[in-house]
Design a protein around this ligand. Structure first.
Ligand SMILES: [Zn+2]
Length: 93
């Protein structure tokens, strides 16, 4: 399965649309939808697991544009700055 195929399995139209937050959401929806206990098939469910794994690995190789891979963002409060976890990648970088 290629990254593009994995993205299609989880309902993404463009690779640019994929971030950690979006991936989590799409994965959860796809997992619920294809779960054998909810009328899905094991084959489809396995495909979703595989696609998720591929996209997580693909995202890890990319640097988050918001924090540039550091996992934290700095906000200025007057003359000092406070570091907080990056909201876009959840601190993954
Ligand atoms: Zn980030």
């Amino acid at each position: 399965m290629t990254v593009h195929e994995a993205a299609a399995v989880l309902g993404f139209r463009e690779l640019e649309d994929i971030g950690f937050r979006e991936l989590k959401k799409h994965y959860y929806q796809a997992a619920v939808y294809t779960h054998p206990d909810h009328g899905g098939s094991t084959v489809d469910f396995d495909r979703v697991q595989k696609a998720h794994k591929i996209l997580v690995a693909w995202l890890r190789d990319r640097k988050c544009p918001t924090c540039e891979g550091s996992g934290t963002v700095r906000k200025w409060h007057g003359f000092y700055s406070v570091a907080s976890r990056c909201p876009d990648c959840g601190g993954e970088g």
